[in-house]
Write a protein that binds this ligand. Structure first.
Ligand code: SF4
Length: 326
């Protein structure tokens, strides 16, 4: 693997509440190479968004660290350098609430340029126009519009342009299409893929949509109750899913042909609700929903094992060398 652009090491983020401690992210690790798209997939409450928020500095980790080009960045944005804030940007799920309705698109895009002292006056206008062109919005038509006068897809294009204003190398995409009509989702995805190629971007793509990852991600990571249950390169992941939770997610993907249906993992899986993150079951946190559970599963938390180069799984069905040897 080339030198990672971003690495999470033993990353945890806990939130104390009146009902107990929410273990939102619990000792996870992953590495991303430049140009990667890591699809971080999980149900609501899995910890994927909290992980993303630690990467962009909305939260500081409770323990563990995040490294960017080998240097620790594990602090909130307030403590990060301006250079780091320019390099790591985020596109939020709902462009409607992330864009100030009182400001024109020109003013919205001017803000990061001004905050980071990147351009002012005529140069600023030229850069704003170039950003709009980059996201396929004609400047003459959109510069002086307000967010409420444009559609959801166009708002998300403006949000993407705002994220790109500082010429970042790493962008967190927090469910960037899930709040949009199906008709514009493909357009936004194609735009993001084109921009990645053109600008050499690395994406951390947060989603609950497993089928989207097949076409977008270079690697896929599955989160469940704050922990990573499986990570693999996309082709390996879809050809040889191992973790019972991954198989459950894959079995529920809608398909359009009998051929695709035959490639899906068998169903036969009881799909209960995800347990509360303040009351995580002992042993493997998936054991209450798992159709393959073993006697050990409700007692001992499984170790993380690399079962093939780059393919990592956390499950007693795939014991490490020591666990498996008699
Ligand atoms: Fe299922 Fe046990 Fe594997 Fe957990 S460790 S996913 S309960 S088989």
């Amino acid at each position: 693997m080339t030198e990672p652009i971003l690495e999470a090491r033993g990353l945890t983020k806990f939130f104390p509440t009146k009902r107990g401690t929410v273990r939102a992210v619990d000792d996870i690790g992953f590495r991303m190479s430049p140009g990667d798209t890591l699809g971080l997939v999980g149900e609501s409450g899995s910890g994927k968004t909290t992980t993303a928020q630690c990467v962009v500095g909305i939260y500081a980790p409770t323990t563990g660290d995040i490294l960017f080009h080998g240097r620790s960045i594990g602090a909130t944005a307030a403590k990060r350098s301006k250079e780091l804030k320019r390099e790591i940007r985020i596109v939020f799920q709902d462009p409607g609430s992330s864009l100030n309705p009182k400001r024109t698109i020109k003013q919205i895009l001017a803000t990061p340029l001004a905050v980071h002292h990147l351009a002012s006056g005529r140069e600023q206008l030229a850069r704003i126009s170039a950003l709009l062109e980059r996201v396929e919005l004609p400047p003459a038509e959109y510069l002086y519009k307000h967010p409420q006068s444009i559609g959801g897809g166009e708002k998300q294009m403006v949000a993407i342009a705002r994220a790109l204003a500082t010429d970042p190398s790493f962008v967190v995409l927090d469910e960037p299409t899930s709040a949009l009509d199906v008709s514009v989702q493909a357009k936004i995805i194609n735009l993001l893929l084109g921009l990645q190629k053109e600008m050499g971007l690395t994406y951390l793509f947060i989603t609950h949509d497993m089928s989207l990852m097949r076409n977008v991600a270079s690697r896929v990571a599955i989160m469940y109750l704050g922990k990573l249950s499986e990570i693999a390169d996309t082709a390996e992941f879809f050809q040889r899913p191992l973790h019972p939770y991954t198989k459950m997610l894959l079995s529920s993907i809608p398909v359009v042909s009998d051929e695709e249906e035959s490639l899906k993992p068998a169903k036969g899986i009881s799909r209960g609700e995800i347990p509360s993150p303040v009351n995580i079951p002992p042993g493997c946190s998936f054991h209450s929903r798992c159709p393959s559970r073993l006697d050990v599963c409700d007692k001992i938390d499984p170790a993380t094992v690399e079962v093939a180069p780059g393919h990592v799984v956390r499950c007693h069905l795939y014991p490490g060398p020591q666990e498996g040897s008699s």
